[in-house]
Design a protein around this ligand. Structure first.
Ligand code: NAD
Length: 331
């Protein structure tokens, strides 16, 4: 298949591009590099430096290529920033997705995979969280994904576009070869922040809250390896051949507390990783863990990296060999 990967210079998009190319697919990456890295894009992918807000460039892109499917990763991704600067998220994420979908409909592309989010489940009633949980976005960022999911529902009705929304929990780890990995600036994800302490780039880790209703008092989250996410994307793209749109929650299914992540990182890195405790952050809940049984049953997906130790080992392999990521950090 010939696949368009928006945001393919970013963390998850670059790993999925790599897997697609390994499977013999042709990939065109479309990315404005606002947060991504040119060096993260596989050399066999065609790279187009472009913005989803540029409708003319999108029209040219779809005129130059006939795509069998689109995987849409391009988006601003910070929950906290979206509450301080909602317009950036509403304008760029919603308008970018709208422009992309208009181009997809005009070009009669039939398959679309959306990177959606666990941030659609604010204060869930049931843990682990399955697809029947009510959708209550927890932030403006989450709202932009909710809007994208709704747009896709209409695209199916109006244009027969078959789509799959993959609602991820915390993407983590790196390619086991160690040549690509996570390089966000600013970094907000727990595992890379813990590893920055091990690298001496931070003095300590601050844990926000020690009195959550969990065995050790710190929040429990679901960490899914980026290559397991990649497999799910490819399986979903292939599955859409049956003409049925779908939605799946994606996590490794095992929750780990913040302290368990720190203990694992201490064992993997040999560094003591000093800790401090701070106030709880508003909006954080005790436990967020996905129920991924639907994608397991329907597509036969199962995570290969289902132990935190393996996830942290692959992340450490990347970070220790690339302490400054791809070396092009924007401030
Ligand atoms: N990282 C996670 O844990 C996580 C969890 C759930 C969902 N997601 C979703 O997965 C997707 C990828 O996340 P990531 O961690 O790889 O983020 P990332 O920031 O590393 O990648 C996003 C990419 O999109 C590009 N981009 C942003 N706006 C663009 C635009 N207007 N036009 C063209 N390119 C643009 C950026 O330059 C970047 O390369 C996002 O949609 C995110 O919401 C991520």
């Amino acid at each position: 298949m010939k696949v368009l990967v928006t945001g393919g210079a970013g963390y998850i998009g670059s790993h999925v591009t790599e897997l697609l190319i390994e499977r013999g697919h042709q990939v065109v990456v479309y990315d404005n590099l606002v947060a991504g890295h040119r060096a993260a894009v596989h050399p066999h992918a065609t790279f187009v430096h472009g913005d989803l807000l540029d409708q003319e460039q999108l029209t040219d892109l779809f005129a130059s290529h006939t795509f069998d499917g689109v995987m849409h990763f391009a988006s601003h991704i910070l929950v906290g920033e979206s509450m301080q600067n909602p317009w950036k998220y509403l304008r760029d994420n919603v308008a970018g997705t709208t422009n992309l979908l208009e181009a997809v409909a005009s070009a009669h592309v039939r398959r679309f995979i959306l990177s959606s989010t666990a941030n659609l489940f604010d204060k869930p009633q049931h843990i682990p969280i399955n697809e029947d949980e009510p959708l209550i976005p927890g932030s403006v960022y989450g709202e932009t994904k909710f809007i994208a999911e709704r747009m896709l529902m209409w695209m199916d009705k109006l244009y027969e576009l078959k789509y799959c929304c993959l609602r991820y929990f915390n993407a983590s780890g790196a390619h086991p070869k160690g040549h690509i990995g996570e390089d966000h600036y600013p970094e907000t994800h727990l595992i890379p922040i813990v590893l920055q302490v091990a690298l001496g780039q931070r003095d300590h880790l601050t844990i926000y809250g020690s009195d959550y209703n969990t065995p050790d008092g710190t929040c429990i989250r679901d960490y899914i390896h980026v290559l397991d996410l990649g497999e799910a994307h490819i399986m979903a793209l292939e599955a859409l051949a049956d003409g049925r749109s779908r939605v799946y929650n994606l996590g490794s299914g095992s929750g780990y507390s913040v302290l368990e992540v720190v203990e694992t990182a201490r064992a993997v890195t040999g560094h003591p990783i000093p800790l401090q405790y701070g106030q709880r952050r508003s909006g954080d809940v005790d436990v967020l863990v996905a129920d991924s049984s639907r994608i397991k049953q329907e597509l036969g997906w199962s995570p290969k990296y289902d132990h935190l130790q393996r996830i942290v080992e692959t992340a450490w392999n990347w970070h220790k060999n690339h302490p400054y990521g791809f070396g092009d950090r924007k401030k």
